[in-house]
Write a protein that binds this ligand. Sequence first.
Ligand code: NDP
Length: 305
Amino acid sequence: MKRFGLLGHPVAHSISPRLHQAAYNALGLAHEYALIDCPTEQELALQVERLKAGELAGANITLPHKVRALSLASLADPLAERTGAANTLVREGSQIVAYNTDVLALITELSSAPKGVLLVLGAGGAALAAVAAGERLGFKAIYVTARKFINRGGSPTSSWPNAESFQRLGAKLVPWQSEESRRAAIQASLIVQATSSGLAQASSEFSLKPSSPASAARSAGVHEVIPWLELSPEAQLYDVVYNPLHTAFLAHAEGLGLKARGGLSMLVEQAALALELWLPVEAPREIMREAAFIAMSGRANAEIE
Ligand code: NDP
């Protein structure tokens, strides 16, 4: 029996154990996947020591430790290194190697989109993964906008979250609800919604429309986050959020006849890839997807990972 775990804080509501347990059952393996709450970086480091000592056979990393996990590893896969964050730690001999299966999963998920302009909403780990995937897929231009990116009359400042990491990956940062973000959306062949807005317990969706009357807002330089009616009819949309399964973002896109997908497949794929890094097996993706779907349907109002 091997023991795997998810390290993060909070982790209590994660459905990851359901996906991995379903895979172990299907493969006839007696392994366990535990939720390991790490409120501090010291606790994270302690768990990485347990991984080194063989008490854990492998670990996934979630908020807020994906960046720190990379630096605790002895080696990093080039994609994790380039992204600057890791979500999977693998023990290889005496070394701990960091991988980023969020990026690998998004490369699969986004591969069929036309590789023109990519616009990513959000400034956290999921946005970083989307930009790294976009870079690897060869999008012609990548823009990122986030609500902390506000116009201060100049170029992006280092106070913008993850600004340097995004720029290192070749993305251009544009202020939230600005004329630049509007233009990027209009040109986009793919828009990835990578904010946590849309989580069932999030206090509010980000405003899909200007809060003041549209014309007044526009004259004050404030634009819709997504100028829905100006998007290319060929534009594709992807929401990394999977709780709820059907977000307001997806509903809006579908209402306009645009091609749109939610983040459950990404969740399944990143878990499947992690499992394949830890064990010499092919992950039973359909079984994992079914387990994820059942777990999500059973807890439509819970906030998870
Ligand atoms: P982070 O907390 O690192 O980043 C969240 C981002 O969303 C921040 O930029 C935050 O802005 C922004 N945000 C939150 N609420 C709003 C709002 N109401 N309006 C505008 N912006 C908002 O989270 P992650 O990047 O790790 O995760 C983001 C989402 O992606 C989560 O819902 C997570 O569940 C999902 N995810 C899905 C995965 C999958 O496999 N499908 C994998 C990883 C993540 P601010 O900093 O201002 O708060």
